[in-house]
Design a protein around this ligand. Structure first.
Ligand SMILES: Cc1cc2nc3c(=O)[nH]c(=O)nc-3n(C[C@H](O)[C@H](O)[C@H](O)COP(=O)(O)OP(=O)(O)OC[C@H]3O[C@@H](n4cnc5c(N)ncnc54)[C@H](O)[C@@H]3O)c2cc1C
Length: 453
């Protein structure tokens, strides 16, 4: 709880430093818009929201909050399932900073830019960008936490493509990573723990012609499809990156949706995609030559909206028979149609980034398992949360230590302790250096409990 006095003090300071139209309070239409997140289960609400338009305005907001003793959080695309955008008395909403400018093979992206904004700006230049599977996700939130995506095999993680950033630090200074390589290292995977990114330089990749889409397989084929999927990803060329969802599709029921994206030499695409089609007998397919804009448009249509979510994550080194049996068995016990298990392949270019290039913890090939329990707003949460926990606990014995930080909760201490591997100590030092008072609470960092607020 934030008492009225510091909030009044904060409102006064912000009023002195910023235009009145930058500030929203409960009851304002823009307040409601900002505080509505993708995960409808998040109920925390800040006392004030500020929507800055420049780095200097972000600095004024951070300074005002610190001087008033009010906690801050940062909202980008609002897609963090754990609701970390809405922690503290003041939310800094970066929706007013979504500009994207393309300069050769680089995009300069405002701190509130979404993945879809960058895709749209890069498209006329015949360029692609390493992003996740949803256009509405914030480019900074995605990149700072890591950023698995369908171009990962050829382009690496989103974090690997973060070339530089302008950042407002906890003391209110607006700095550039050009003068501070350690800050860039920490931002590439260490989350929003070090400051507010007001602008990013993001590497773009020439569009060589993508081939991708979705192929749906019946659930009765699950064991066969997953075994062949395991063989395929164990041997996949960099150009082929695969995702798989064990889900329930309208009109089909329980099924497996395989999402192949080919981003390598176009002459090898057909052979690679043919292997995906022979994972089983597809019920429906929509795979073909495409552009990033069109393909992501297709992905965005499949993102569920308006639901409440619980999410757990594990990494497995490979899809062994034991792992496959666990996954199919637990998928069969899903508490409702919105609950499912997703697999994200980590391979190729993403495995080759040097340890000193980024804080991201796990560079060995692996499969990230996403256990997502989505329910309708009026459904009881207990069965869904319990299922997600049970699946995660069952997988623990066959998983690698740690997990994808963007999906971890602060009370998952055991996973957090290993999420950054050998980088933990360096990250903890960076946190103490850049944000000694722990103004910014973001994805959980290993180390002292105080870091995992
Ligand atoms: C539908 C959906 C699809 C997804 N797909 C993928 C995927 O394919 N691959 C993947 O890796 N992840 C994926 N994610 C996870 C996503 O990358 C993270 O949840 C990410 O943090 C969301 O960023 P956001 O800006 O939208 O979130 P927000 O909720 O707005 O922000 C979350 C946190 O990110 C930090 N942050 C955001 N912007 C800034 C900034 N400018 N400066 C400093 N800190 C900032 C802050 O700590 C903030 O609290 C997906 C999530 C959803 C809901």
């Amino acid at each position: 709880m934030t008492s009225a006095q510091p909030i009044d003090e904060l409102a006064r300071r912000l009023g002195e430093r910023l235009k009145a139209d930058r500030l929203f309070r409960p009851g304002d239409p823009s307040y409601a818009e900002t505080t509505t997140l993708w995960n409808g289960a998040v109920t925390s609400r800040p006392a004030l929201v500020v929507r800055p338009h420049t780095g200097a305005e972000v600095a004024a907001a951070v300074t005002s909050a610190r001087e008033s003793g009010v906690g801050v959080s940062v909202r980008g695309g609002g897609h963090d399932w754990a609701g970390r955008a809405l922690r503290g008395g003041l939310v800094i909403d970066l929706a007013g900073m979504r500009d994207v400018r393309v300069e050769g093979d680089m995009a300069v992206v405002g701190g509130g830019g979404r993945a879809g904004d960058v895709i749209a700006a890069a498209a006329p230049h015949a360029m692609n960008v390493a992003v996740g599977t949803a256009g509405a996700v914030g480019m900074a939130g995605l990149s700072l936490g890591g950023g698995y995506g369908p171009l990962l095999g050829t382009a690496g993680l989103a974090a690997d493509n973060l070339l530089g950033a302008d950042v407002v630090l906890a003391d209110g200074r607006l700095v550039s990573t050009e003068d501070d390589p350690e800050l860039l290292w920490a931002l590439r995977g260490g989350g929003g723990n070090f400051g507010v990114v007001t602008s990013m330089r993001v590497r773009l990749h020439p569009d060589r012609g993508l081939v991708g889409g979705m192929a749906v397989f019946a659930w009765k084929e699950a064991s066969t499809v997953l075994s062949r999927f395991a063989e395929l990803i164990a041997d996949a060329p960099d150009g082929l990156t695969l995702l798989l969802e064990m889900t329930v599709a309208p009109g089909i029921g329980p099924c497996l949706v395989v999402v192949p994206v080919w981003s390598g030499d176009p002459r090898q695409a057909d052979a690679a995609i043919a292997k995906v089609m022979s994972l089983g007998t597809p019920i429906t397919t929509s795979v073909g030559a495409t552009t990033q804009k069109d393909l992501w448009g297709q992905f965005d249509q499949s993102v569920p909206q308006g639901m409440h979510w619980d999410l757990r994550t594990r990494n497995v080194a490979e899809l062994s028979t034991g792992v496959i049996d666990l996954l199919t068995g637990w998928a069969d016990t899903r508490p409702g149609p919105g609950a499912g298990i997703g697999l994200r392949q980590f391979h190729g270019a993403a495995t080759r980034a040097g340890a000193d290039d980024s804080a991201f913890g796990l560079r060995a090939s692996h499969v990230a398992v996403e256990i997502s329990a989505g329910r309708l707003p009026d459904e009881e949460s207990a069965a869904y949360t319990g299922w997600a926990d049970d699946v995660s606990n069952a997988l623990a014995a066959v998983s690698l230590p740690g997990g994808y930080p963007n999906f971890l909760l602060s009370d998952q201490k055991e996973q957090i302790a290993h999420a950054y591997g050998a980088h933990s100590e360096r990250l903890a030092k960076a946190k103490e250096f850049y944000d000694p008072a722990h103004i910014f609470t973001a994805t959980p960092l290993p180390g002292r409990d105080a870091l995992n607020i």
